[in-house]
Design a protein around this ligand. Structure first.
Ligand SMILES: Cc1cc2nc3c(=O)[nH]c(=O)nc-3n(C[C@H](O)[C@H](O)[C@H](O)COP(=O)(O)OP(=O)(O)OC[C@H]3O[C@@H](n4cnc5c(N)ncnc54)[C@H](O)[C@@H]3O)c2cc1C
Length: 416
């Protein structure tokens, strides 16, 4: 009998690293196979929010009508490429069908379980000496320019309170003193202390180093081409660098999961949701809190070592081009809220693809009729936040242990 369980993880994003973390801790021998380099996908330039209070799913009442209205006004952060893509169309229709109160309440409860589960796991991870990522636990400020939107958040906050995740209302008069980087024509803000933030690219670099020291094997520039199966198991992966065998396989290829799964004839409803960010040096008047700019659906994240504007959502397939118009929306959005929206110099303009499911819940499950093949994708706008919870669940599944939270909502059978 082999001394150690051998596990291959396909995809070196934050989900892949989190799975590796718990598996190595449990004594497994782990190899990550990555088509580019570790942390090059969506896990690199995202906004870095550990958004534990974000229980309300994207598909909630009013989302569709609000986005149609904003599209007509030209102010929507959403862009849907007008091409005939049947899968995308079905995805969008299913998303729209989920935008009702009942579904929202159900998904919020299910999201809460995994968000809450991820908190203490993050606490332990971020306390490790060699994980350096400009991490802070000060909360996130949701800022409103429009008085009606600000007042309406009272209802959202009442809902969050039922999960013990309510925020503190900061009225216009107090806001100037509280966050002087904001312009003086804001309606108000809500501070949610449940949320944390960190610099995702720093996390990926130090986490990789930490795991490498503990024995993680990394194959980079190694595209997985197909899987070798025998009976009800996967026995190996064929890559551009040759074949690799293992006892268990984890698919953590984020937005690329449907492409990777094509050969196994598994059709998962994951759409690439393109987002952008611009990373700069801190501006002279830098916000001290990460700010979610409500009317612009974008985020401004300050770290000790930098500053990032991020957001937008584009459904345009696997297109990784940097569109200057979308980038400029981030600058104009920040300009509407901040005294000094831009820092100099600009360090990086970035885009990547979020793995979006139409019910805004991740997919964490065994592939049907493949006992040793686990899929962990579809984390949408919250992949960083849900990474530790996902990694721990996957590790328990690999070792045949029942996960500590109910994972039925994240199962593949919900799409049938
Ligand atoms: C602008 C923006 C802002 C965001 N802000 C936040 C935030 O504040 N908080 C938060 O929680 N989340 C945020 N997100 C979402 C988060 O970034 C993603 O949900 C998360 O990074 C997904 O992680 P992942 O590991 O599944 O995917 P990825 O990081 O994309 O990793 C998947 C990896 O698989 C590799 N791969 C694909 N195909 C193959 C193959 N055939 N062979 C080998 N390797 C392959 C890819 O190269 C990639 O490296 C944001 C996303 C964007 C775009």
């Amino acid at each position: 009998m082999k001394a150690k369980k051998e596990v291959i993880i396909i995809g070196g994003g934050v989900i892949g690293l989190a799975c590796a973390h718990y598996l190595i801790d449990k004594g497994a021998s782990v190899r990550i196979i990555e088509k580019d380099t570790i942390g090059d996908g969506a896990s690199h330039g995202n906004c870095g929010l550990l958004y534990f209070s974000d229980v309300i799913p994207l598909c909630s009442p009013g989302t569709v009508s609000q986005e149609i209205a904003r599209t007509l006004k030209g102010t929507s952060p959403l862009y849907i490429k007008p091409t005939l893509d049947i899968k995308r169309l079905i995805w969008l229709l299913k998303f729209a069908s989920k935008c009702n109160t009942g579904q929202m309440a159900k998904a919020a409860k299910e999201k809460y379980e995994i968000l809450n589960y991820s908190i203490s796991l993050f606490d332990t991870l971020l306390a490790l000496k060699d994980i350096n990522c400009d991490f802070e636990k000060k909360g996130i400020l949701s800022v409103f320019k429009d008085k009606k939107n600000f007042e309406n958040h009272e209802t959202t906050n009442a809902f969050l309170k039922t999960y013990n995740l309510g925020g503190r209302r900061i009225d216009k008069e107090e806001l100037q003193e509280f966050e002087p980087a904001l312009k003086n024509d804001m309606a108000g803000a809500w501070l949610n202390k449940a949320d944390w933030h960190l610099k995702p690219d720093m996390l990926m670099t130090s986490w990789r180093k930490h795991l490498s020291q503990k024995g993680l094997i990394i194959e980079e520039h190694c595209n997985v081409l197909e899987f070798e199966t025998k009976g009800d198991a996967v026995v190996g992966v064929n890559t551009i660098k040759g074949n690799f065998a293992a006892d268990a396989f984890i698919l953590a290829t984020g937005a690329w999961a449907p492409k990777t799964l094509r050969q196994l004839k598994l059709d998962l409803p994951v759409q690439p949701g393109k987002g952008y960010s611009i990373t700069m040096e801190r501006p002279g008047i830098c916000p001290s809190y990460p700010c979610s700019l409500y009317e612009k659906s974008m985020v401004v994240t300050p770290w000790r070592s930098g500053y990032r504007l991020g957001g937008t959502m584009e459904f345009s397939g696997y297109d990784n081009n940097l569109n200057p118009k979308r980038l400029s929306k981030l600058i104009s959005g920040a300009t509407a809220f901040l005294r000094e929206p831009v820092g100099h110099p600009v360090i990086e303009e970035w885009t990547s693809l979020r793995p979006m499911t139409y019910d805004d819940l991740p997919i964490i499950d065994r592939a049907p009729s493949l006992e040793n093949f686990i899929i962990a994708t579809g984390h949408g706008m919250l992949g960083l936040t849900l990474a530790t919870g996902t990694g721990k669940i996957v590790c328990d599944m690999v070792f045949g242990k029942t996960p500590e939270i109910n994972i039925t909502p994240f199962g593949i059978s919900r799409f049938r």
